[in-house]
Design a binder for this molecule. Sequence first.
Ligand code: GLU
Length: 322
Amino acid sequence: MKKKVIILATGGTIAGVGEEGKIVGYIPGSIAVDDLIAAMPKLKDVADIEALQICNINSDDITDKIWIRLANTINELSKDPNVVGFVVTHGTDTMEETAYFLNLTIKTDKPVVFTGSMRPATSISADGYMNLYEAVCVATSNEAREKGVLVVFSDCIFAARTVTKTSTYHVTAISSSGMGAIGIVRDGDVYLYASPSKCHTTKSLFDVKSIDKLPKVSLLYFYADADPGLLEYAAKSSDGIVIAGAGAGEFSESYKSIIEKFNIPVVVCSRIDGGIIFKENLLCDNTVAADNLSPQKATVLLRLALACKIDRQNLQEIFMKY
Ligand code: GLU
């Protein structure tokens, strides 16, 4: 019996349609997942494919509700012993946030592999088909089990926690900056060279079974002479704040004097790609260091921590662990 892989489609450029042969000016989330699969008959040689259209949108429109639905759907379907793994197709813009959310909330060791594309399906040399094929190959791989959520893009395998989008146009736009890929795919064969060490999936404490939305967290980017009024405004309508500070999570004296008075949690990251914030770097005692989590991923972890009622005093430990 062939292995069964479930493809959960959410839209993005991989399902994008534009002027035949062109790359720019297309509409993401236009092709139904069944049509994507039909255009890639080789997938059937790798696995029995079942497809679920979760939504068909531009990934900039992804919401907490879609994240929770994806996590709960995968948790339910993974109980089927015939299912060996999952592929999630997703727009590249926010793929890293959704992949990290699932990395923290799914309760299975079976591979869950994200993919997408930089060129719409109707362009010359569209990259989505190859990416989808390679993602299905990784989803069937025994070696890819217990690695947390993975992202397969342009022959490379990345871990959800460190993957990020690094270009607005290269076909290799999905990458891991300083951390690098943990494996590669070649002619459908999977080669893995590293394992993520931070807590994920079956060992993660985060459970969204009985949650239908996440608390609101605002992300503010510090820049020279930034208006501290933005902080006060954001704090009024947020349950938590993430700051993308300059350098090792720094900001101005005027920012500091406002942040010091906040009663809501404030997590400090770096606006630098590859920045790491240690507790020793913190300018305010009431803030939490994000380790090397990107600001956008820190919003995901903070929202989950708040949803799961993690105490303020345990927040720092959570940010070091996940
Ligand atoms: N903004 C679109 C999205 O994220 C296009 C980016 C992409 O899929 O590559 O869905």
